[in-house]
Design a protein around this ligand. Sequence first.
Ligand code: PEP
Length: 266
Amino acid sequence: MVANDNARRTPLIAGNWKMNLDHLQAIAFVQKLAWNLKDAKHDFSSVEVAVFPPFTDLRSVQTLVSADKLPLAYGAQDVSAQDSGAYTGEISGAFLSQLECQYVLIGHSERRTLHGEDDEQVAAKVKAAIKHNLVPIICVGETAADLELHGPSAVPVAQLKTALSGVSNAADIVVAYEPVWAIGSGQAATPEQAEQVAAQLRNVLKETLGEDVAAKTRILYGGSVKGVNIAGFMREPNVDGALVGGASLDIDEFSSIVRFQKHVGL
Ligand code: PEP
C-alpha cells in the first residue's frame, strides 16, 4: 500500500441516480439518507456527500435541503453548452445555478455512448458550467476495446486534455475516472488500476493547470463501487472519492460507501 498524500483534499462520495426516482421519491430518499448518516454521526466536513438526481427532482431537492438545512450537496447529470435560446430539451447552467446546484456531471459515458457527445462538446459544457458557477465533475474513461488497443490511461488522458482546453487555473473542478467496462458491470477496476490512471490524470492537471490546482483537485473513481470495495480505492494516494451509480440508489449501501473511514482504517 502506498502512503496517502491526499490529506489536502476532502473526499467526495457522489451518487449518480441516472434516470431513477421521481421528485416524490427523491424527497423521501434524500430525507432518509440524511437521517441515516446523521444517526451514524457522519462527519460531513470530513467526507462530502453529493447526489445527482434527474432534472425534474432538483427543485424538490433544493427545497428540502434548504428547509431542513441538510448537509448534502447536489447537482445535475448534464448541462447545456448554451446559455439560453432555441435548444429544445436542453438545460442551461444558469437554471441549475438558480436551483443552488453546486455540481454538474459532464461527459458521463452514457452521454458519450448513447447521446454521441464528443470531447469538444464535453469541453464546451465544462466551460458553460464554470461560467455559471457550477463545479464540473468531468467524467473520463476507456472502453474495454480502448483498453485492449491503447492500454489503460491513453483514452482518459486524451479526453481530459480536451475537456480542459478552455479552463483557467482558477477553476474549481473534479475529475471522475470511470472505466466504461466497469460501469454497471459488477466488475470494478482494481485499486491499483484506478490509482495508475488517476496518477496520470493528475499529471495532466499539473501540465495544463499547474501544481497547485493539481494538488487540490479531487479525482474520483467510478465503476461498480460498493461498500465492500470502497476501502481499497480510498487507500490510494490519487483517489479522492467515488462516483457511484447503482449502489447510490440503496440507502444502506450508499451510506456504507460514504462511511468508508469506519471500515478502512485510514
Ligand atoms: C456510473 O454510472 O457513474 C457508475 C459508476 O455506475 P455503477 O456504480 O453502477 O457502476
